[in-house]
Design a protein around this ligand. Structure first.
Ligand code: GAF
Length: 390
């Protein structure tokens, strides 16, 4: 993969060829990782994501009519739509962009047409939120170009609504928030109920974050995601009978969930218990970050994985295998599955000098067990969505 600076030049060249002019603006929209706090966002709980150096770059300029012409450089596809003709596209990627335009229009903001070339280095299907990067990057660009007056938080919420409503994926707010609000060398502790957020230092001088991509995406992922959401809502409904102030699972403690175990279907109890414990884990893990104790932090990652595997049941054999491989490895501080589950990546904190050996070992073991080539991505925590100059 070419360096991003070179890649931005490449996009510029495509823009000039395609549209015979210069772009007015270059924007980078990063993907995200999540260190802890999985499946807590839609329960109003705490998450701990960060934006990373896997990103989408946008070269964009206004048009003085209602036409939007877009080129997706990575896949060598183009798509044109009118601002008053937002019809779902079987190509997939245009829907994230049209979703943003749709939400702007619903908010009675009127961007004009535009010409756009975008592309980047976020691996497809790895669960690094290329969708949030697309939504946030376009919202940021149109907000700037058309002076729409949206705040950063407005753009986060707009991106999430685009995904929920136009794309039809019922995600929480974590991915868009991380893509927009990321900060270099920090993780964001986001309270998904109040949307209050705080940055915690994540210094990785001696360590490197490595994502191991299973290369699988089991098809039951989407339906199980929705099932988990409704199991959590069922749990809230039961707890509410005893404490009407409980609106979301984040309002309940693990003790309260335990106290009402007998009133809950077994699976609902398991889900509620995991979520309340996971929220508490994020709180404790942030204390470790303040002390720069990545060893203790890493143990929390293993606890999260166990919860996701056995109680929330969103892992899969490939993810469990990759996490198990690290358990006896004293160059790894922590590992767990990351994101919605049923495939995608594990996230690992690995000693920097042992990183190459780690990748070699993991790749060989995975190849032997599943006959799939393991892709590993070392990632750096960066700032969130912003304009760039080259
Ligand atoms: C997916 C969703 F998009 C997020 O909102 C979040 O719920 C995550 O799964 C699980 O933590 O990435």
């Amino acid at each position: 993969m070419v360096a991003q600076h070179d890649y931005a030049h490449q996009l510029l060249a495509v823009f000039r060829t395609e549209f015979n002019r210069e772009p007015e603006l270059l924007v980078r929209g990063p993907g995200r990782i999540n260190l802890l706090g999985e499946h807590t966002d839609y329960n109003g709980g705490l998450v701990l994501p960060a934006s990373i150096d896997k990103e989408i770059i946008f070269a964009i300029a206004r048009r003085d009519d209602q036409t939007c012409r877009i080129v997706a450089e990575n896949v060598n596809q183009s798509f044109t739509f009118g601002l008053d003709q937002l019809n779902h596209s079987p190509l997939g990627w245009p829907n994230y962009l049209m979703g943003v335009v749709d939400e702007l229009q619903k908010a009675r903001l009127q961007p004009g047409g535009f010409e756009l070339v975008f592309g980047g280095n976020i691996p497809a299907g790895a669960g690094l939120s290329s969708s949030a990067a697309l939504e946030c990057g376009l919202a940021f660009a149109l907000n700037k170009l058309y002076d729409l007056g949206l705040s950063t938080l407005d753009m986060v919420k707009l991106g999430q609504r685009a995904e929920n409503q136009f794309v039809g994926v019922n995600c929480g707010i974590m991915d868009q928030f991380a893509s927009m609000f990321g900060r270099n060398q920090s993780v964001i502790q986001l309270d998904c109920k109040s949307l209050h957020h705080e940055y915690f230092p994540f210094q990785t001088i001696n360590y490197v974050l490595i994502l191991c991509d299973t290369g699988v995406k089991h098809s039951l992922g989407d339906s199980e995601y929705n099932t988990r959401r409704s199991e959590c809502e069922t749990g809230v409904g039961i707890l509410q009978q005893y404490d009407p102030t409980i609106r979301l699972l984040r309002d309940a403690s693990t003790d309260l969930v335990d106290a009402h175990r007998d009133e809950m279907p077994g699976k609902v109890y398991q889900r509620c218990r995991y979520v309340t414990q996971e929220i508490q884990r994020v709180r404790e893990a942030c204390e470790f970050l303040l002390r720069n104790d990545l060893t203790a932090f890493g143990q929390k990652m293993y606890e999260t994985h166990a919860g996701l595997q056995h109680e929330y049941e969103v892992s899969c054999p490939e993810l469990d295998f990759l996490v198990d491989q690290t358990r006896q490895d004293d160059t790894v501080l922590g590992a767990r599955m990351m994101g919605g589950g049923f495939g995608g990546c594990t996230i690992n904190i690995v000693q920097r000098e042992a990183a190459d050996a780690f990748v070699e070992r993991m790749s060989a073991a995975y190849q032997q067990a599943f006959n799939i080539e393991l892709k590993c991505y070392p990632v750096r925590i960066t700032d969130g969505t912003s304009g760039i100059s080259i």
